[in-house]
Design a protein around this ligand. Structure first.
Ligand code: ATP
Ligand code: 5RP
Length: 290
């Protein structure tokens, strides 16, 4: 927890939609005149693409099913914790980019499968925004959840998450369905052990649930649209959340439990803005005061 230099951590698996949610946060930052610096979780992978391939082969040869981009040891989590701590204490820190494809390569001048050099954050930011796989990890080595001030989980039900990953990796990263399926299978062990536990650390989870059949995500021709989905929003601590206000403002929403509301999928952006704006405002106000 850091009052003066707050940290927002948005966590989700690969293809869950954390980059998509980032744009909602950016709208709030712009409207509220908040200056944010940001980290993409993939920047803290331990290996570039070629080295990762060799590591995967090594683990495969040793019959180790647990190793993948999702596992702790494939990522620089101690370094990420150091950056979170440094930012919380001083408002300074550094990050880099992992380049996935040609479009990103052109933007950053680094070839796909490599990292850009480390770069310092801009000075005088109001907050640090993390989006990625591991921003709420608590394990024997690190406690990232403890260092973040607002923790959000983006967790579509798994069929939908796989559909989104397959479509995104095929459309913009040049992989075949078979290659993505193989990656999903190899990551399952660490999905369960390293990714899922974080959703008990998060303050709010947004879980998109399709209302069309996604029973075979490997042949789905398109991603279910927002109109074909509901979103379950679960608050870890519902105290202080004005549920009557939210359900009256979000047409078609209802409470499904004492700490959860369900909204139509096409209202996710509105719901995020209504829920997150006051929380972010408070973080920034307290930070500026401190
Ligand atoms: N609410 C949504 N409605 C419809 N499509 C969505 C939604 N959220 C995400 N998607 C789609 O799912 C795909 C994956 O989303 P996104 O790139 O945001 O995932 P990600 O979590 O950032 O993945 P990674 O961490 O691997 O980069 C994209 O094609 C995106 O358009
Ligand atoms: O999105 C991801 C994890 O969040 C990618 O799978 C990861 O960054 C590795 O990419 P690639 O295998 O294409 O080098």
């Amino acid at each position: 927890m850091s009052k003066k230099h707050p940290i927002i951590s948005v966590v989700g698996s690969s293809g869950a939609g954390t980059s998509t949610v980032k744009s909602t946060f950016e709208q709030i930052f712009r409207r509220e005149e908040i200056t944010a610096v940001s980290i993409e979780g993939d920047a803290f992978h331990r290996f570039n693409r070629a080295d990762m391939k060799a590591e995967l082969q090594k683990h495969y040869d040793e019959s180790d099913p647990g190793f993948s981009h999702f596992s702790y040891e494939a990522n620089e989590l101690v370094e990420l914790e150091r950056v979170f701590r440094e930012y919380g204490e001083t408002g300074k820190g550094k990050t880099r980019h992992y380049i996935h494809d040609e479009t990103e390569a052109e933007r950053h001048g680094t070839p796909p499968g490599h990292f850009t050099p480390w770069d310092d954050f801009e000075n005088d930011s109001d907050l640090l925004f993390y989006e990625g796989l591991h921003g709420c990890v608590v394990n024997d080595e690190v406690n990232l959840a403890q260092l973040a001030d607002l923790k959000i989980g983006v967790v579509p039900v798994i069929n939908l998450e796989w559909t989104q990953k397959i479509h995104r990796d095929r459309a913009s990263r040049g992989y075949s369905t078979e290659a993505v399926t193989d990656v999903i299978l190899r990551r399952m062990h660490s999905y369960v052990n390293c990714i899922v536990p974080q959703f008990s650390e998060t303050d709010i989870n947004f879980q998109r649930v399709p209302v069309v059949d996604t029973s075979n995500p490997f042949i789905a021709r398109w991603i279910p649209t927002p109109d074909e989905s509901l979103v379950v929003i679960r608050f870890k601590n519902p105290r202080g959340i004005d549920f009557p206000y939210l359900t009256s403002m979000i047409h078609g929403s209802w409470m499904s439990r004492a700490n959860s509301i369900v909204i139509p999928g096409n209202k996710q952006d509105l719901a995020m803005q209504l829920i997150l704006t006051p929380l972010i405002e408070r973080l920034v106000r307290d930070g500026r005061r401190a």
